[in-house]
Design a protein around this ligand. Structure first.
Ligand SMILES: [Zn+2]
Length: 176
């Protein structure tokens, strides 16, 4: 599948059609010198734990990965830190207020947007919630539930990045 940045026919800065492919999906405009680096979008997801050791899971309501499992999360907004995005996304998708947020690991991902894959880098955090009552975000989340991380089948997760994060959590190893 063609990367979204590779599908552009015109320079996004000056509109020239002389927009040349470079290695690693970079593009450069021969008329104005504009360069498109196609850097990854930043995503965050949180492994939210309750006092009893169970983890909060969502069943995704939209593609990619509709119907598959995942940790609550999403894309970082402009002007936001990773931590702020993590707290906001968990609150929006599950209604949970998390505490003691700490970094776990990161992993590259790809997100199909408008039929084209966009490179993503997902950052994973661990956090805690005193309250297990969840309110899944209508449309985006089919269901939200608690289950022990050991009993979740990795193949049921939506992305490789989530399988990696679950493995990091269970094995305590974030080095690839
Ligand atoms: Zn240009």
């Amino acid at each position: 599948m063609q990367e979204l940045a590779d599908s552009y026919t015109h320079c996004p800065s000056c509109g020239s059609t002389d927009f040349t492919h470079l290695p690693q999906h970079q593009r450069a405009c021969k008329d104005c010198g504009h360069r498109d680096f196609n850097n990854p979008i930043t995503g965050v997801a949180v492994l939210v734990l309750a006092d009893d050791g169970e983890m909060c899971w969502i069943r995704r309501g939209r593609n990619p990965g509709k119907g598959k499992l995942g940790m609550p999360g999403g894309f970082v907004d402009a002007g936001e830190s990773l931590e702020q995005a993590a707290i906001r996304e968990v609150q929006e998708e599950t209604g949970l207020q998390i505490t003691n947020l700490r970094y776990l690991c990161s992993f590259p991902n790809a997100y199909i947007y408008n039929g084209h894959p966009r490179p993503v880098c997902d950052a994973f955090f661990i956090a805690y919630s005193d309250d297990k009552s969840v309110r899944p975000l209508e449309g985006e989340v089919q269901a939200c539930f608690w289950q022990s991380p050991e009993s979740v089948v990795p193949q049921d997760l939506a992305f490789d990045s989530m399988r990696f994060a679950l493995k990091c959590f269970l094995c305590g190893d974030s080095e690839k």
